[in-house]
Design a protein around this ligand. Structure first.
Ligand SMILES: Cc1cc2nc3c(=O)[nH]c(=O)nc-3n(C[C@H](O)[C@H](O)[C@H](O)COP(=O)(O)OP(=O)(O)OC[C@H]3O[C@@H](n4cnc5c(N)ncnc54)[C@H](O)[C@@H]3O)c2cc1C
Ligand code: FES
Length: 243
């Protein structure tokens, strides 16, 4: 359970992630469940939600999309940032064969799930997709955890040519996964859930919304009647993405 107070961390190491991203390895740990998030704060810039990419050491993966993420991507070893959390409900483990599907920076929400599942001896396949090779992130982290990895790009510049659905389809058809877990653009998650449902495989997704407080107070992150920060960010897909 988080105290809600900020803790200061220093960046120990940077790992470049494609053309527009970086993983920041920090100088401490954070007890978090796979799929939970933190509110990361840079004084004078902003405070924004980021997935816990790893818990020990605490690591965050950032994709440059605007002022806050650009400032985070510019941090160097020794620089400080402040974190409160972890917050929200994460992914539970459902069964023993887990199919993880990540698009772009959404991939960061799935790495800790791979690590925890593999540490229990479960089978994990991660399908990572992006528009082009430079958008792929965190393949190294899934391999380090002992997961099988399949890559797809819309333009064919890395991995299989096409979307994640092309790689997911055969695994679902052969009855491999006990459960599917996704994070990425919502159209991708919707299509993923539709595929999973067609094969009667349960699907959990992590949603992103604009967040301000991160603790269910400000109402900025609503998804229908639910608050993504407090009720999610992980939901059973059929509850939030009706097909
Ligand atoms: C639970 C959760 C986990 C996330 N995990 C990661 C992660 O691990 N790595 C990562 O790179 N990004 C992650 N994001 C998205 C990240 O928070 C936003 O990209 C970031 O806040 C954008 O801030 P900015 O100032 O750089 O860009 P802005 O110029 O503010 O916005 C750029 C884009 O980000 C969206 N955005 C803006 N503010 C927020 C906000 N407070 N919350 C969510 N989206 C916002 C906007 O709609 C816009 O599309 C996550 C979001 C959520 C909700
Ligand atoms: S971010 Fe404030 S209620 Fe969810």
């Amino acid at each position: 359970m988080s105290s809600g107070l900020h803790t200061a961390y220093r960046v120990v190491r940077r790992v470049e992630e494609g053309a527009a991203g970086v993983s920041l390895v920090l100088d401490g740990t954070l007890a978090a469940e796979p799929g939970q998030f933190v509110m990361a704060w840079l004084p004078g810039v902003e405070e924004r939600p980021l997935a816990v990419m790893d818990d020990d050491p605490l690591s965050l993966t950032v994709c440059e999309v605007g002022p806050f993420t650009c400032a985070l991507c510019a941090l160097r070893p020794g620089d400080r940032l402040w974190v409160r959390g972890p917050f929200g409900h994460g992914f539970g483990l459902h069964g023993r064969r887990h199919l993880l599907v990540g698009g772009g920076s959404g991939t960061a929400s799935l790495t800790l799930l791979a690590k925890v599942a593999r540490s229990r001896g479960h089978d994990v396949t991660a399908v990572l997709g992006a528009r082009a090779a430079e958008g792929l992130m965190l393949e190294w982290r899934f391999r380090e955890a002992g997961a099988r990895v399949a890559l797809t790009t819309d333009d064919g510049t890395a991995g299989a040519h096409g979307t994640v659905l092309e790689a997911v389809g055969p695994l679902l058809a052969e009855g491999w996964p006990d459960a599917v877990y996704g994070c990425g653009p919502e159209p991708m998650l919707r299509a993923l859930d539709a595929r999973a449902r067609a094969h009667s495989v349960p699907c959990w997704v992590s949603l992103e919304r604009v967040m301000r407080c991160g603790i269910g107070v400000c109402g900025s992150c609503h998804c229908g009647e639910r608050l993504v920060c407090a009720d999610g960010p992980v939901f059973r897909a059929e509850d939030v993405l009706p097909g």
